[in-house]
Design a binder for this molecule. Structure first.
Ligand code: MG
Length: 248
């Protein structure tokens, strides 16, 4: 069942989303050659707790950290550790916050120092595909309008959308119904209505769409070793259209 959030609940989700956005912004600024992903994770946990929230990912199905850090050909769910970022890397940082019982989930892919023009374009297209998806979230439309908007933009730019993972409803749980795939024909799935809240999260590969899971049981990477990017916002559908709950 898809839960419909009241105005009050959306306002609480926005409070949670503001914390997530501020922490992500701080992490983005901290990204530089030489820093380890474990250091970013520590920073995230400290900042989330200082704001009165809890890291939603920590302990989730046994996940050992507060953020996911996925570098270069890693798509999502990378585990922070002692790996040091290097000039030219790209790193996807995904984080979740729970504040007063309400969840928010957001991700960004960041350049480490100077990156190749190809990597820069991948980041730009993935970020814009998220904007396209959000713009397609309209009352009276259908869920797959979002999926289609993402896919159309990504494929028009020559990249692949990862189909094995999807976005999701969000609210008093991190993962609620419905799933929000990043591809599909428009006009399908549940009708979108005011009060729905979705985490929309395109994962885009420079090469093929195929992904594999590493031996750690978490890290998802591209099968062909090509670069991958990931951008995510938690978005509610309000009276006047989509409200980006995790906007900075
Ligand atoms: Mg998510």
């Amino acid at each position: 069942m898809i839960t419909i959030k009241s105005k009050r609940e959306i306002s609480l989700m926005r409070d949670s989303g503001k914390v997530a956005a501020a922490v992500l912004e701080a992490l983005k600024r901290a990204v530089e050659p030489g820093i380890t992903t474990a250091e970013l994770d520590k920073m995230a946990e400290k900042l989330i707790r200082r704001a009165g929230g809890e890291p939603a990912f920590l302990g989730y199905q046994g996940f050992p950290a507060s953020i996911c850090t996925s570098i270069n050909s890693e798509v999502v769910h990378g585990i922070p550790g002692l790996r040091r970022l290097e000039e030219g890397d790209i790193i996807s940082i995904d984080l979740g916050v729970v504040l007063k019982g309400y969840y928010s989930d957001t991700a960004i892919t960041v350049a480490v120092g100077r990156i190749s023009p190809a990597a820069e374009r991948l980041l730009d297209v993935t970020s814009k595909s998220l904007e396209k998806g959000i713009a397609a979230m309209r009352a009276g439309g259908h869920l797959s309008d979002i999926s289609h908007a993402v896919q159309k933009y990504v494929e028009a730019n020559g990249y692949s959308v990862v189909y094995s993972y999807a976005g999701h409803g969000i609210g008093t749980a991190m993962h609620e119904e419905p799933q929000v795939p990043n591809l599909g024909p428009p006009g399908h799935g549940p009708k979108l209505q005011r009060g729905m809240a979705l985490a929309i999260e395109p994962m885009v590969n420079l090469g093929s769409a195929e992904v594999v899971v590493e031996d750690d049981g978490w890290t998802v990477r591209t099968e062909d070793g090509s670069l991958s990017a990931h951008f995510e916002h938690s978005v509610a559908l309000g009276k006047d259209g989509p409200i980006i709950l995790t906007a900075p």
